[in-house]
Design a protein around this ligand. Structure first.
Ligand code: SMG
Ligand code: MG
Length: 367
């Protein structure tokens, strides 16, 4: 297939509930949606960047620049038979994983649609539903947090992730654990601590947590190995794993016992599958992370999480947890067994709602 034209849409959508992490609070969530057109078909990909470089160095502006000026020109007018063709054309660009992922994933969707196949089958997934949980942000008070968790548990979520930061950690998590002794519970520090905080994490060892996510620096692997050696609870890396190589280094030195795979953070579905396979060979479980995606990115996450070594529930919650009115349909609805189902249609199985897209769009670029 020859890529005939490509569109970039910069959108911003208000969240149903503000989301606070150790690095900041978001009420409105931007992203860039990429559409690739060929032979009357359109494939969609999502770049879940933030406005500010607080989770990752990539922002809406860096991703827009790298897509518009480098990645889009590299594939426009080119024949594409498989995702590897796109990756080969990106080879001179260093970094900018989220920008790459958006365009590569749009091509996966296009290729799946051209074959009339659901994306998860093209990826090699076997399941039709995947276990999921919900990520609960930092709240102003403990009571407000307990209200949030109560609401999500009532909705049927069986796994909860709590965001932590210094001053909002052991005692908060202990309170939640006491209230819900059987809940699958894990925490995410988003790099808010240093090795000097090892005693804090040792105190979490008796809270029966599934894992502790990214306690130390966003770019670190070595210190995490030192910390992991002192803990029974598995460390899970998120921010630090931006490539297959970094995943291998982390496993080689024992920096973690679990990996969170975010398709955008690792540069697209091809790398996500490679990391999944590597972890599978090493007996290390993975789970699918989330970046508050729209239904476009969420559908990719669900498809990816159907692969066999996704053995822990993903941060892939129902659509209603994120936005009042998503730009794509159908919405994802939580099943009674705390799973989400793979949608029925070809490709990512969701379709864009053009009026909604235009109503939240800030910028549009067509080539
Ligand atoms: O998509 O449900 C979701 C959010 C999951 O907590 C989540 N993501 O570090 O894992 C993480 C955070 C990053 C999101 S910040 C925009
Ligand atoms: Mg995380």
């Amino acid at each position: 297939m020859k890529i005939e034209s490509i569109e970039l849409h910069h959108v911003a959508m208000p969240l149903v509930h503000p989301f606070e992490t150790s690095f900041g609070r978001e009420e409105v969530r931007p992203c860039i949606l990429v559409a690739v057109h060929s032979q009357g078909l359109t494939g969609w990909g999502e770049c879940p960047v933030e406005a500010a470089p607080f989770y990752s160095y990539e922002t809406v502006e860096t991703a827009w620049h790298v897509l518009r000026d480098f990645l889009v020109p590299a594939v426009l007018g080119q024949p594409v038979e498989r995702p590897a063709d796109v990756i080969a054309r990106f080879s001179r660009v260093r970094g900018h994983q989220m920008a790459r992922a958006a365009l590569e994933n749009a091509v996966w969707d296009l290729l799946a649609r051209a074959q009339g196949m659901r994306l998860h089958r093209l990826l090699g997934g076997q399941r039709d539903r995947v276990p999921v949980g919900v990520s609960v942000g930092i709240e102003a008070t403990l009571d407000q947090l307990l209200d949030q968790v109560t609401g999500y548990v009532a909705q049927g979520y069986r796994r909860v992730k709590l965001k932590i930061k210094p001053g909002w950690d052991v005692e908060v998590v202990r309170t939640v654990r006491r209230r819900w002794p059987d809940l699958l519970l894990q925490v995410d520090a988003n790099s808010a601590y240093t090795l000097a905080d090892a005693p804090t994490f040792r105190r979490m060892d008796d809270l029966d947590l599934l894992l502790i996510e990214q306690p130390l620096d966003y770019d670190d692997i070595v210190d995490h190995a030192t910390l992991q050696a002192q803990l029974r609870t598995p460390i899970c890396l998120d921010e630090s794993i931006t490539s297959v190589e970094r995943a291998r280094w982390a496993l080689d030195i024992g920096a973690c016992r679990v990996i969170n795979i975010k398709v955008a953070r690792v540069g697209g579905l091809t790398n996500a599958i490679r990391i999944h396979d590597l972890c599978g060979e090493r007996g290390v479980p993975v789970w699918c992370g989330g970046m508050l995606e729209t239904n476009v990115g969420r559908s990719v996450n669900v498809a990816l999480a159907t692969l066999p070594n996704f053995r822990l529930p993903g941060d892939i919650s129902a659509s209603a947890r994120y936005y009042q009115a998503d730009i794509a349909a159908p919405d994802f609805v939580l099943n009674s067994d705390s799973t989400l189902s793979v949608p029925d249609g070809p490709g990512i199985g969701v379709h864009i709602l053009p009026e909604r897209l235009v109503s939240v769009r800030l910028r549009h670029h067509v080539v």
